[in-house]
Design a protein around this ligand. Structure first.
Ligand code: ATP
Ligand code: MG
Length: 262
């Protein structure tokens, strides 16, 4: 089982779009996939075709120990992957977790109790370096960082990289940066290309080969509760996320070998 957090404390950089489309593309490629919505906004839940307003239980209950992950999980009717959904209840968890022991390890514990076979777990983190994101980072083997190739992107990146280093040092020795995914990419923009080249220079093969272009079909899909790769599978954005899933599956084979060796 590979567990990845999709994180970037910057808002609106494509975390949820990446989580939902990668989950759907992995599922389509025959991988058993679980998407965990760790954001009180519940966008990954809605984008998977699940109504966040009518949830009997959500990830909130799992983090507080009121339900198990398997009790709360449901299936995306449009994307055919499992979903641990979220809604506004989760905003309260931040405060309620403060009094609990090992509050940063609640999600990790819940995943350890997860029965059933899952190949990929994707955790859609909120736009902050909060206790929720910390739970995501503590539970994961690696982080996928979606980012836009714009001027301020690199600045925010160092905060995130430092947080990942801290979590690695203090809580989770498994954690590593799996890769940076360039999203909403505009190949005609000089700045996009410059920032993209800088990223490759600094992060080398940590930059995914797949580039996700800015594509309006990806932005339209959530309002239908359908992942973009299924909403219009021929659109450029959908094609990119399908390619990204295959890049992930290929890389997963290497991690598998690495982990067996250690
Ligand atoms: P938040 O920080 O609020 O959780 P996020 O990082 O999860 O945001 P998304 O919600 O995935 O970001 O994307 C932000 C907006 O950009 C959404 O309206 C989404 O539909 C749109 N968007 C994301 N990726 C693309 C793309 N490749 N092309 C066009 N629009 C996109
Ligand atoms: Mg989001």
């Amino acid at each position: 089982m590979h567990i990845f957090a999709i994180a970037n404390q910057k808002g609106g950089v494509g975390k949820t779009t990446t989580s939902v489309n990668l989950a759907a593309a992995l599922a389509q490629a025959g991988q058993r996939t679980l998407l965990i919505d760790l954001d009180p906004q519940g966008n990954a839940t809605m984008g998977s075709g699940i109504d966040k307003r009518t949830l009997p239980r959500s990830v909130y209950h799992v983090l507080l120990g009121l339900a198990t992950l398997d009790e709360v999980c449901t299936v995306s009717p449009s994307g055919h992957y499992a979903v641990m959904p979220a809604n506004r209840d989760l905003a309260g968890a931040e405060v309620e977790l403060v009094d609990l022991e090992q509050r940063e390890l609640r999600l990790k514990k819940a995943l350890a109790e997860h029965v059933g076979n899952t190949d990929f777990v994707l955790i859609d983190c909120p736009p902050s370096l909060s206790m929720l994101t910390l739970n995501g980072l503590c539970a994961a083997h690696g982080v996928i960082i979606p980012m836009q190739c714009e001027y301020y992107a690199l600045e925010g990146l160092s905060d995130l990289v430092n947080t990942i280093k801290q979590v690695h040092k203090n809580f989770n020795r498994d954690l590593k940066i799996i890769g940076l995914l360039r999203v909403m990419f505009d190949p005609r923009s000089t700045l996009s290309n410059q920032v993209s080249a800088q990223l490759e220079q600094h992060f080398g093969d940590k930059v995914f080969k797949t580039l996700v272009p800015r594509n309006v079909r990806l932005a339209e899909a959530p309002s239908y509760g359908v992942p973009g790769i299924l909403f219009d599978k021929n659109a450029k954005g959908a094609q990119a996320y399908l390619a990204f899933a295959h890049e992930m599956i290929e890389r997963a084979k290497t991690w598998e070998t690495e982990r067996r060796a250690t």
